[in-house]
Write a protein that binds this ligand. Structure first.
Ligand SMILES: NC(=O)c1ccc[n+]([C@@H]2O[C@H](COP(=O)([O-])OP(=O)(O)OC[C@H]3O[C@@H](n4cnc5c(N)ncnc54)[C@H](O)[C@@H]3O)[C@@H](O)[C@H]2O)c1
Ligand SMILES: CCCCC=O
Length: 484
């Protein structure tokens, strides 16, 4: 498959090139080969995209929600029809196995387009009765031009999770994908345009942090939604605050997964595998601190090790493969450094954690046991396939230690005691919690973090609040009584 796009950027309804921008090679993580070369946006390209968005937004906001929603739902249908090609592209961009991308990426993007397309026609303000026959009403208005900035782990999904609610509310979007995975968002823009989105409504510009920073500080931008790491989030939030812009921050985590001794062992092991090794461990909400109650610790480790031996590590395009390479050499290096640090700190490497000797960013899934709360591997986000298993005795102890982190993205609990499950979920300091499951992200459910892991929520009706604002109108029905 030729993945070289027609041009680097998508602006005003068409592909646009500016070879004056810094070259941006796209590396296939499974082989290390360069599969496409794009160019980062120059200031002129950024300006063109923002100008197109500002112009398109006015007419788009004047359409009815039902009309806007119809276009989003048409785009969802096109995405589903092209799922195979979009999944292959996602695999080329990220290295994630086709077995995953064919069910989790374009499909999740299509769900967002369909869901917010369905909501668009019902977005309204409210009527508020007041004393003396007076009343007020609110008008739900779009914010204007929104900027979306993506991480590299879910390039199609992230573009859709931000663009769908933004457009449903009557906003325009300028999206900057991660410089590591620049291909997929271009397809999202192309498909929305084919579905009827007017030129300028959705624009994609390429580049790294400098391009992102230029977008965030532009006076034409009303809202910034970032998916990325906490350090980047702090910079982007601060820059957006200068212009008092709305923000959504979907950031990193070091989420806990608590396994009690009454849990179904295979379900708990399955949850830990999903929460650590899906997408080769490169999922923001991963439950990388697995607290296992002491009574089942050895059984848990044994079953986990057995099941990891059945992982199919190989060509990501092979439908049998269920564990691919990491996204880049740089990300692999970070994971390997943490693994070395874990060994130095005294944790026990139970299995995996070895670089696979072939071209590309390959590593075997790693499990550490005897991990203590103070170790760097238990405190810092690794964003790779490295599971830390910690043991505990009591519920109170597990919850206290689970919450003893500056992050608060997700958390999970495995137990057959329903009362305990809900008690623990209520006690978690995290935005997205799981009971006897892990990492589900249906579009109907709010997704996002607390503490340093973020601000705002994606998906669900909650996202509407983050892409619209209310105007209040007070209506006096009688005479105005003034003091003089
Ligand atoms: N909470 C979520 O929903 C979620 C989802 C996926 C990934 N993540 C997080 O993303 C991180 C991994 O992704 P990454 O390595 O691409 O993150 P990153 O923070 O390095 O980059 C994220 C994006 O921000 C851009 N950027 C960098 N500096 C910027 C600046 N000063 N101004 C504007 N934009 C700037 C980058 O170019 C990139 O597009 C992990 O921490 C992971 O947990 C969070
Ligand atoms: C479970 C959805 C994850 C998105 C973040 O990486």
């Amino acid at each position: 498959m030729n993945v070289q796009p027609i041009a680097s950027h998508f602006i005003d309804g068409q592909y646009v090139e500016d070879t004056a921008g810094i070259p941006l090679p796209v590396i296939y993580p499974a082989t290390g080969e360069t599969i496409a070369t794009l160019h980062c946006a120059t200031p002129a390209i950024v300006d063109r995209a923002l100008a197109a968005a500002a112009r398109a937004q006015v007419a788009w906001a004047a359409m009815t929600g039902t009309e806007r929603g119809r276009i989003l739902r048409r785009a969802a249908d096109i995405m589903r029809d092209r799922n195979h090609d979009l999944s292959v592209l996602e695999t080329m961009d990220t290295g994630k196995p086709y077995q995953e991308t064919s069910v989790a990426d374009a499909t999740s993007g299509a769900d967002a387009l369909e869901y917010f397309g369905g909501l668009a026609g019902s977005l309204t303000g409210e009527h508020i009765p007041l004393p003396g026959g007076d009343w007020a009403y609110t008008i739900r208005e779009p914010l204007g031009v929104c900027v979306g900035i993506g991480a590299w782990n879910y390039p199609t999904q992230i573009a859709c999770w931000k663009t769908a609610p933004a457009l449903a509310c009557g906003n325009a979007m300028v999206f900057k994908p991660s410089e590591t995975t620049p291909l997929c968002a271009l397809k999202v823009a192309e498909i929305l345009t084919e579905a009827g989105a007017p030129p300028g409504l959705i624009n994609v510009v390429q580049g790294a942090g400098e391009v992102g920073a230029q977008l965030v500080t532009d006076a034409r931008v009303a809202k910034v939604s970032l998916t990325g790491s906490v350090p980047t989030g702090k910079k982007v939030y601060a820059a957006a605050a200068e212009g008092m812009k709305h923000v959504t921050m979907e950031l990193g985590g070091k989420s806990p997964l608590i396994v009690f001794d009454d849990a179904d062992l295979d379900d708990a092991v399955g949850g830990a595998i999903l929460g650590n090794f899906y997408s080769s461990g490169q999922v923001c909400s991963n439950g990388t601190r697995v607290f296992v109650q002491r009574g089942i610790l050895e059984a848990f480790l044994q079953r986990l090790t057995e099941r990891l031996q059945t992982a199919v590590i190989g060509d990501p395009m092979d439908p049998e493969t269920n564990f691919g390479p990491m996204v880049s050499e740089a990300q692999l290096r970070i994971a390997l450094d943490y693994i070395a640090k874990g060994v130095d700190e005294g944790a026990r490497l139970v299995t995996g954690g070895m670089r696979i000797d072939k071209p590309g960013a390959w590593i075997t899934p790693a499990v550490f046991a005897d991990v203590t709360d103070d170790m760097a591997i238990a405190r810092e986000e690794i964003f790779g396939p490295v599971m830390c298993v910690l043991d505990f005795d009591t519920e109170d102890e597990a919850l206290t230690r689970a919450n003893a982190t500056e992050f608060g993205l997700a958390a999970g609990v495995f137990t057959c005691d329903l009362a305990r499950a809900h008690r623990v979920a209520a006690g978690f300091q995290a935005g997205t919690c799981y009971i006897n499951s892990y990492n589900d992200a249906p579009v109907e459910m709010p997704f996002g973090g607390s503490k340093l892991s973020g601000v705002g929520r994606e998906n669900s009706k909650a996202a509407i609040e983050h892409y619209s604002q209310l105007k209040s109108v007070y209506v006096r029905m009688g005479r105005v009584e003034a003091p003089f």
